[in-house]
Each structure stands twice: as C-alpha cells, then as structure tokens.
Write a protein that binds this ligand. Structure first.
Ligand code: SER
Length: 316
C-alpha cells in the first residue's frame, strides 16, 4: 500500500495533484504537506494535512516516520521570477530542502518525485526540438537550482539506490490555484483577465515561444512516471515532457475564438522576458514517450476551451 507525502501541496500543482493522488490511492494514504499557506477546504477535509517546512530536515523526517511514508512528491519550490529576485532563498528552498527530502528518503527507503523545468536549459541549449540530453548552462537562479536538483536526484539513485524520478515541466496552465511567480504565468492570467475584463496586458513580447501543458496532463505525467516499470527507464529524473508550444499571440488568437471581444496588448517585463528568451521554444519529449508511454491529452485549442468553461464559476 502506498503512503504518500506531497510537499508544496497548497501550490499550483500540489493543490490538484494531492486530490488526484487521494482519489487513486485513498484519502488517508496521501498526506498534504504545506509550509504556511492555508490549504483549501477541499484539501483539508479530504485527508491528512501537516505543516512541513522542508528546509528543516527534522520536520521532514517526523512526518515521514509518523505517517510511514513510502513515496514523496516533492513539489515545494520557488518559481523563476521569484527565485531571480531572491536567489539565496531559491537555493535554500529549491536545493537545500531537496537534499533534506533525499536524505530522509534514503534513510526510510522512500521513492521521490521531483519536478524539474524548461528552466533547466539556457541560451546555449538548442532552442528547437530541444533534445533530452543536451547542453544545460542556465543563466537564471531558478535554472541553476533545477539543474542541481536533476543531478542530485540522479546521484541519490546511482549512489544510494533511492527510487528518484522526475519530469522537466513546461509552463503549467490551470484554473484551481494560481502559479506563484513564474515566467509562464501569463498563459494562466490571460484567462482570468479575458473572462473578467475582456482584455489582457501581456508581460512577454510577441514571438516568445515556450512549451506549455494543461494541468490534467501534468498530473497524469507525474503519476505515470512514478508508476512506470523501472526496467523500461533509461533516464529517471528530468524527462522532457510537453503538450503544446506557443507564443503569446497564438494563445490570444485562440482565446479570441471563444471570447470574440477579447483584445491583448503588451507591456514587456524585462526580467521575465530575459528568462523566457533563455529557455527553449519547444522540447523533444520522445524519451518520455518511448520509456514510459507519455502522451498528452490537451493541445492548445482543447485546453483553451476547457479553461473558458471551467474558470468562470471560480471567479464568482
Ligand atoms: N512555470 C515555471 C516558471 O515560469 C517554469 O518551470 O517559473
């Protein structure tokens, strides 16, 4: 029987992944871990919730021992723009806390899922059809922490036999919890502003192509890679995964098909534009497809239709 801990469970991915895991493995078998932010009622009422600051190894150890955890989805992390504004804290949260989780996992024989990101690539990485194994010299602190995390997870697997696995997520689009300060957040904000105000001012400029994914696919991928037969895995951590790749004008055109009055203008934020320019346009995710059957369900039009259908009730 799986006993799962999700760190960062009140964040954008955690708030939905925790509920999906509870549905799959049983409510009482999935502990939602959060640092401070209050969990939603649904998260709190559907299963155990524990305050866990992952920068404190004793706190991680305590919850793993008390709940006899055997699998950790370690989602607690700072996103790219926030990390760039506080690089020291980003190292603490994205790297030191991961080391704590890996150490506790080693001690108690837990499997660990850790998300990496398109941010693990940099300006010298091939930007189109970015290979699974390629140059990784990121120029953002977020990227530095993500490459470090990938290497640490590989190391703990090879050196100590910890069952570490992970995905390089692109920008994640969702309607339950807002992302907390990333470069791809515009692709979520556009829907809130389109529905409320029929207009949006985008902080990335036209032509900035990035990989993206709708939340149901992000959840499906996390669960699938953790359930994959290890004998099929040549890679373990940091699988490239993508579902779509678009620039701001592409998503705006799609939103306009659903909300005809919608208009978008641009006010470029230099920090986030610089980060976006250093990331790939589109990743090659064939290793994930071959090794554990990755297959996204949502392309750009299908994702936009679902967002425009599901978001309005949340805004009232
Ligand atoms: N969505 C993330 C960010 O923009 C990228 O992994 O920071």
């Amino acid at each position: 029987m799986k006993k799962i801990l999700v760190t960062g469970s009140v964040g954008q991915i955690g708030s939905e992944l925790t509920l999906a895991l509870r549905e799959r493995y049983g409510n009482d078998n999935v502990v939602a871990g959060g640092r401070k932010t209050q969990p939603s009622e649904e998260l709190r009422n559907s299963g155990p919730f524990e305050i866990v600051d992952c920068t404190d190894i004793e706190a991680v150890n305590r919850v793993v021992v008390n709940h006899r955890i055997d699998t950790i989805y370690h989602l607690a992390a700072l996103l790219s723009a926030v990390a760039e504004n506080n690089p020291q804290l980003a190292w603490q949260v994205n790297v030191n806390a991961l080391v704590n989780v890996l150490e506790v996992a080693r001690e108690h024989n837990c499997a660990v899922f850790t998300p990496s990101s398109i941010g693990a690539f940099g300006p010298t990485t091939p930007a189109d059809n970015t290979p699974q194994d390629t140059i990784q010299r990121p120029t953002s602190m977020y990227g530095v922490t993500k490459v470090s995390g990938e290497l640490l997870c590989d190391y703990y697997h090879e050196k100590f036999g910890v069952d570490t696995r992970g995905l390089r997520y692109p920008g994640i689009i969702s309607y339950v919890t807002l992302p907390g300060g990333g470069t791809t957040d515009y692709a979520v904000q556009i829907f809130y502003d389109a529905i409320k105000h029929k207009r949006y001012t985008c902080f990335l400029k036209q032509g900035t192509k990035l990989d993206m994914m709708y939340m149901p696919d992000a959840i499906k991928g996390a669960i699938a890679v953790m359930e994959a037969d290890p004998r099929g895995l040549k890679h373990r951590n940091a699988f490239n995964v993508s579902a779509m790749s678009f620039a701001p004008e592409d998503i705006a055109a799609e939103v306009t098909k659903l909300i005809p009055e919608f208009t978008m203008d641009y006010e470029v934020d230099a920090l986030r534009q610089g980060i976006a320019d250093s990331w790939p346009n589109s990743m090659d995710d064939s290793a994930a497809r071959e090794e554990w059957g990755w297959q996204p369900d949502y392309d750009l039009p299908r994702m936009c239709r679902d967002m425009v259908e599901k978001l309005p009730p949340k805004l009232t």
